[in-house]
Design a protein around this ligand. Structure first.
Ligand code: FAD
Length: 471
């Protein structure tokens, strides 16, 4: 399918702004910008436009607004909900805006452009003797503009919060081409509506994030990781509670991995080792971090885990004795999304419930999906310390893949209805995109959806910014 051509004069106008360096219309070169990595969606666009500055971005948007051309902002295109897949118009690819504009170690802030790759930001923070804690498996290719636009979570939310919590200031090109500049590194600024939060998590529907002031933290060179085997999600929560009480802020990650995940990971992915001799129903991956030397972290881990083993809360435990062993433990967790594809069709959920109800959720959801499809294989893993479970289902062994995946909506509603009943969220960290647009209307109140539509119409009356996404 080819995209509708751009209105007369628009190509020349856009080329006049970004030049040949910022223009891609060759079919082969556009291809990576049209597809979602797992092949779930494929879009169309007339060209990929790559601005090199905020000024260029503003002029591109101004031209598109005047001509009614849809704009799909794109970062690393690693999003999982189809939000960066274009539906006509242009893709606005932010990768050339990749400058770190300033680092202020004393203020613990860093001003970056939207196209900076997350890993490069982490490295620059480290070079300045600081920590930028946002961390997720796609960090080598996702960009901070995409992270903020999806309010990304990742593995350290427990201690540092979501992407939203890591921003002090923003620069945004509005849907009419005006630039809203609020690149302040202030911890205190009580001056009315906090507008930055409108654009964080908006998935490119309200404007283009071009730069941000990010919060940095003191480096945490002390790091201890462990994996503890537990009988069920309730035991995992019991252990989590003990870790929180004993370690407070030092508890940086607390992840849940089911046996099925361990089996899939060992079977299909290189470099994955089951650290235990016996099979266990669940595993928790625990990380403590602290300042220089990490004094006391290892002792704390050893004490709590020994006590948990004595009390029957944990069945077995290993503490990483080296960085290599730590990487091995984390490798199991990191490959969980990827390894599922080798087991046939899968139906995915990214849900959250109050942390205290994770065990109840896992039990009740398990009963419901198993009753609906005996033999369905449940891969419930994720950020249990945030109450965020990636509740993924793999087809029964030998089942027909198409027939299984055709039941996507049925299982989604089953799981999401339960989550709604438990005061949870049907999208904990991956956003809405196109995948969960209908769920948004189903699960949010009419007042909330109405407010969102009012905001969208007010800021983007011509509906050029990522139309068809979120709402
Ligand atoms: C292996 C893997 C692991 C992942 N793990 C996690 C995880 O743990 N936690 C998590 O939250 N997510 C995770 N994700 C999802 C994804 O990486 C994040 O959502 C990431 O933040 C998206 O960044 P991106 O640059 O790739 O954005 P894209 O995919 O390019 O875009 C995502 C959305 O943001 C919009 N957008 C992009 N840049 C801008 C901008 N500058 N201004 C306005 N709108 C913009 C797009 O239009 C789109 O709607 C994972 C993905 C993969 C592939």
């Amino acid at each position: 399918m080819t995209a509708n051509p751009l209105p007369e004069g628009v190509i020349e106008a856009l080329l006049g702004v970004v030049g040949r360096k910022g223009w891609v219309d060759d079919a082969g070169a556009m291809e990576p910008h049209l597809i979602e990595a797992r092949g779930f969606w494929r879009g169309t666009c007339a060209a990929v436009v790559r601005p090199a500055s905020t000024e260029e971005t503003a002029r591109v948007i101004e031209i598109c607004a005047a001509a009614g051309v849809p704009v799909t902002p794109q970062g690393g295109n690693t999003g999982l909900q189809g939000g960066a897949v274009p539906d006509g118009g242009i893709v606005l690819s932010m990768g050339r805006m990749n400058r770190i504009r300033a680092v202020d170690p004393l203020n613990h802030t860093m001003t970056v452009e939207a196209g900076c790759v997350l890993a490069a930001i982490q490295d620059a923070a480290a070079e300045a003797g600081c920590l930028f804690p946002l961390s997720l498996a796609a960090e080598g290719s996702c960009q901070i503009g995409g992270n903020l636009s999806t309010n990304a979570g990742g593995v350290q939310v427990l201690r540092y919060g979501n992407a939203r919590d890591l921003v002090l200031g923003l620069e945004v090109v509005l849907p009419d081409g005006r630039v809203w500049e609020r690149l302040r590194g202030l911890r205190k600024d009580n001056t009315g509506y906090d507008l930055k939060h409108l654009f964080i998590g908006a998935e490119g529907t309200l404007g283009v994030i071009t730069a941000a002031v990010l919060k940095l933290y003191p480096k945490q060179p002390g790091r201890e990781s462990a994996m503890a085997a537990v009988g069920d999600a309730d035991q995992a929560l019991g252990l989590f509670s003990r870790m929180c009480d004993a370690c407070g802020d030092a508890l940086t990650a607390f992840e849940l991995i089911p046996r099925l995940g361990m089996e899939f990971a060992v079977k299909h992915m290189t470099g994955v080792v089951d650290p235990f001799a016996d099979a266990h129903p669940y595993y928790t991956l625990i990380e403590l971090t602290g300042p220089e030397g990490g004094t006391g972290l290892k002792e704390a881990l050893e004490t709590i885990l020994a006590q948990a083993l004595d009390d029957g809360i944990a069945d077995d435990a290993v503490i990483a004795a080296s960085e290599a062993q730590r990487d091995e433990l984390w490798r199991v967790r990191e490959v969980l999304s990827d390894c599922q594809k080798f087991e046939g069709g899968s139906i995915k959920h990214d849900v959250s419930v109050p942390v205290s109800r994770v065990g109840e959720f896992v039990r009740r959801a398990g009963k419901a999906v198993e009753a609906a499809l005996p033999g369905v294989r449940i891969l419930a893993f994720g950020h249990v310390g945030d109450g965020n479970i990636h509740y993924n289902l793999s087809q029964p062994v030998g089942a027909d893949t198409d027939a299984f995946v055709a039941r996507w909506d049925e299982f989604n509603h089953m799981v999401h209805d339960l989550v709604a009943e438990m005061d949870g969220s049907f999208s904990a960290e991956h956003g809405i995109g196109t995948l969960k647009r209908d769920e948004l209307v189903r699960y949010k109140s009419s007042v909330e959806v109405g407010l969102m539509r009012t905001l969208k119409r007010t800021l983007d009356p011509k509906n050029i910014m990522n139309p068809g996404k979120v709402l």
